[in-house]
Design a protein around this ligand. Structure first.
Ligand SMILES: [Zn+2]
Ligand SMILES: [Zn+2]
Length: 138
């Protein structure tokens, strides 16, 4: 396992969503941060994703199920500065970018924390809410 530290960078984020201003229910139509994840999905799952986006797009200006509002489109762009992150070369050979509290290798399922430390396998976590368990390392 090898760790590489990437220094700070600025990410341009683009987010399109439909949401009800009354109850806050909403659907994400596009999030540039998801691009990589979506591209890596198997084609059948990617089709389902695009089908859902197309279905949700039709809700623009339609009444929400809360009965008090309509779905309104918002399209925001902003820049987000990241202090840096760690890329781990997993034992299985895949690269895992550690941006989150828990980062999972999409090839073998190994979990790493933000600093690229390997976490105990999930069967040793007491439950998903027991965050302390996630920090047990080996
Ligand atoms: Zn609503
Ligand atoms: Zn792996």
């Amino acid at each position: 396992m090898k760790k590489t530290r990437i220094e700070g960078y600025t990410e341009k984020v683009e987010l399109k969503m439909l949401d009800c201003k009354s109850c806050g229910a909403g659907y994400v139509l596009y999030d540039s941060r998801d691009r990589k994840r979506i591209a890596s999905l198997p084609s059948n799952e990617r089709e389902v994703y695009y089908f859902n986006v197309a279905t949700h797009s039709k809700l623009e200006n339609q009444p929400c199920h809360c009965g008090k509002g309509t779905f309104v489109l918002s399209h925001d762009k902003w820049e987000k500065y990241h202090k840096g992150y760690t890329i781990v070369t997993c034992d299985c050979g895949s690269k895992v970018e550690c941006h989150d509290f828990t980062n999972t290798c999409c090839t073998c399922g190994a979990d790493y924390n933000l600093t690229g430390t390997r976490l105990a396998p999930r069967e040793f976590w007491e439950n998903d809410d027991a965050d302390d368990e996630r920090w047990k390392t080996f």
